[in-house]
Write a protein that binds this ligand. Sequence first.
Ligand code: AVJ
Length: 323
Amino acid sequence: MPKPIESSPRLYDFEPQQKTFLSEVLQGLQDARKELPSKYFYDDVGSQLFEQICELDEYYPTRTELAIMQERVGEIATLLGPNCLLIEYGSGSSTKTRLLLDALHDPAGYVPIDIAKEQLLRSVAALAETYPGLEVLPVCADYTSNFELPVPSKPVLRRVVYFPGSTIGNFDREPARHFLRHLARVCQGGGLLIGVDLKKDFNILHRAYNDSQGVTAQFNKHLLVRMNEELGADFELKHFGHYAFYNPTQGRVEMHLVSLRNQTVHLGEVEITFKLGESVWTESSYKYTLAEFAQLAASAGFTVEQVWTDARQLFSVQYLTVR
Ligand code: AVJ
């Protein structure tokens, strides 16, 4: 266990190996099938664009998950029980976390885990003000690695991992199973409260990722903006198109940036050529049926204890337990 750094709040800093933006971009764009990791959407501007997406009429997941949480938080708090240690993977959408913290019965502590240190410290400082009695133990780590969890001073009855926002949807199938197995070890004897987006009418999915105001397109192209600004690249935004569609055989929405002509882009010394119609895969967002997710959860060692959905079955919040 590393030493907490000398600022308030204490931070358990595991100094995660962060590959640089440049090295991941170079790797992704020099693959035969070009791709960029979707985590790079979320710098300050990108996070703001995502928040704008969440406000769109067409983008149902965020508001639907929040509505489920608001309606069921009492029930959820009862199920999680008193003195639980709440561990959040990839904090951020603190509205949902605050709902939970408001309802939990005497939580033993709150452990937000994030790879982005500054953001983590900012959100923790804000939480500490609202919840002065709550022991907050932020951890800076790559959340797929094996790290020790900090131990709060209050006794812990069970550990509960919170993984909202259907972020699990961004993992391909095998990595998803692998990550859920990791979570099962972390919350052994306790549970996992997870937001999972559901399969539905293709047209609803299509609209959610192809909004009429073009905010999602701007969010997608923000990766190009970041490469221009931070890596000195010369992507011409007008020569790339936002292309998002539901792939029904794979059960996922795919987001791509498609080259609208043959072109060459420069990234420092490196030249990257694009053929007309060639795409850069920027995100996958898998959708599940309740049965499919239950099977995935079971293969990772979880039992589905409770599922809450909205009336239209667009989204689900699930409590999974592991013995
Ligand atoms: C935050 C990753 C769940 O996949 O729906 C929104 C991100 N991408 N519009 C999603 C996103 C395009 C979102 N997640």
